[in-house]
Each structure stands twice: as C-alpha cells, then as structure tokens.
Design a protein around this ligand. Structure first.
Ligand code: APR
Length: 242
C-alpha cells in the first residue's frame, strides 16, 4: 500500500486542458470553426439563461440533439492515448467539453468545466446542488426535479458562473506538464486557466490552428489534429516521465 502510494506520488503530473477539437475526430462539431455549431445556431437562442426562460423546449431540443450525437460517437485515438498515459503519469483532465468521451476512453480524473450533457439539473434556484443522470438521449418537458422544477441540461451557459473553476485552477497550478488541445481559447474564464500552470516545465498546444492561438512563448505549438498531435507529444512525454 505504502509503496503504491509513493510510486503514484513520484509520478509527474500531466494536465490535459481540452476543448471541442479534442472530439472533432469522433464526429462531434466544434463551435467556432467555419462548419461549427455557432454558425448554425445563435448562442442567444440556445445557450443562455434567457434562452431557457424564453423557449425551454427549443433549448431542450438543441441539447437533446447534441446528446444523441454524443451517445452515437466513440472516443478517438487521442482520447485513448491520453487514457493510456495514466500508466506512466498522474494524469488530470480539465475539459471544456460536455461530452463524456474522455471517461469512455478510460480516463480516471476528468473535471468538466462546462458541465456534462449526460446529466440534468433543476432549473429552479437550487440547481447547483444535485445532478441526475439522463436515461438515454431525450429530456422532455415532463422530466421534473424532485423540487418540482423542470430539469435542464447540466451545461454551463453563457452568462452563468463556472462552479468548477476554482477546482480546475487548483489542478492546473500543480501541473508538471500541460497539454492544451483543441480549443480556440476564446471563451473566458476557461481560457485564463492555462495561466495557472506556472510550475509546468513543459507546455504543449495541439491544434490545426496552433500557430495563430495566443499563448505565451514557452508553449511548444503543434499544428495538427488531435490524434496526430498527441502522438507526437506522447513520444516526448515518455522521455520526460520515464
Ligand atoms: N483536432 C484538434 N483541434 C481541432 C480539430 C482537430 N481535429 N479540429 C478543429 N480543432 C480546433 C480548432 O482549430 C479550434 O481552435 O478546435 C478548436 C475549437 O474551438 P472552439 O470551437 O472555439 O471550441 P472551444 O474552444 O472548446 O470552445 C469553448 O465555448 O461555445 C462554448 O461552452 C462552449 O466549451 C465551449 C467553449
């Protein structure tokens, strides 16, 4: 027991900060690419508390479609490689994604900054207290919380607080190695989290658009898709952690 603990304690802490591009190769749309979700939907109509107040059925339908798509998808090679890394390092994932593909690939420590679409919560005043796993992909107007309010997706909308932010900042602040992958870093406060990784001796950013993303110059930029980029980073990390 003691030996196991010491082994884990001495492992390098690798933090993966992921965004929508992480799941692009699984067939899940990103938000801000030219074929992204926000090209087809107005954020104000589907992803704000005001949208829920105005038309909860439209918001529910939008997230039902997302949930259905996610349930039909499977983790890609990049999700799987990150999960494999747990054999060599103490891996923590902070994801902006509401899909559960990191978990389905086998990753153990996944913090969802913007919620998890497989769950619902009350739309009433106590909404942060309890989450309910949704059976299947469809949430309807008949699905109510025990407090009598209608259930809404467990997703952080624009204009809402990010309850997991402080926990995420704590995780990032302990990173020895940081891998940022598949995020445009345009949404705050999430994007600011990377600044907490001040102890990290190695920082990578993987994105087809990496060369245009605004990060400090201690980041190694890998301009490519998630699985190709992770492959390259894994080869380097194996040398660092072994
Ligand atoms: N592999 C890796 N990255 C990719 C790939 C790929 N195959 N394809 C696209 N990308 C990159 C894009 O170049 C872009 O930089 O993924 C990034 C996706 O950026 P966004 O669409 O802005 O998604 P994200 O940064 O995760 O958005 C943050 O915004 O809409 C909200 O709450 C939502 O969590 C989301 C947040």
């Amino acid at each position: 027991m003691i030996r196991l603990f010491l082994y884990h304690y001495s492992m390098k802490k690798v933090v993966v900060f992921s965004g929508a591009g992480m799941s692009a190769e699984s067939g899940i749309q990103t938000f801000r690419d030219s074929d992204g979700l926000w090209e087809q939907h107005r954020v104000e109509d589907v992803a704000t508390p005001e949208a829920w107040r105005t038309d909860p059925d439209l918001v529910t339908k939008f997230y039902n479609e997302r949930r259905k798509r996610i349930l039909e998808s499977v983790p890609n090679a990049a999700h799987r490689e990150i999960s494999e890394l747990e054999k060599l390092a103490d891996v923590h994932i902070v994801t902006q994604n509401i899909d559960d593909l990191h978990e389905r690939a086998g990753s153990s420590n996944v913090l969802h900054l913007h919620g998890n679409i497989r769950f619902a919560k009350s739309s009433g005043p106590n909404q942060e207290r309890e989450y309910f796993e949704i059976d299947g992909w469809e949430l309807t107007h008949n699905d109510l919380c025990p407090d009598g309010h209608r259930l809404r997706p467990h997703v952080v909308w624009f204009g809402e607080a990010v309850p997991a932010y402080e926990d995420a900042a704590e995780v990032l602040s302990k990173a020895d190695i940081l891998i940022v992958i598949g995020t445009s870093l345009q949404v705050h406060p999430a994007a600011g989290l990377i600044h907490y990784a001040s102890m990290a001796t190695h920082k990578y950013i993987i994105d087809p658009n990496a060369n245009n993303l605004s990060v400090s110059n201690d980041f190694i930029k890998i301009a490519g898709g998630a699985s190709e980029g992770i492959d390259q980073v894994m080869r380097e990390i194996q040398k660092i952690v072994s």
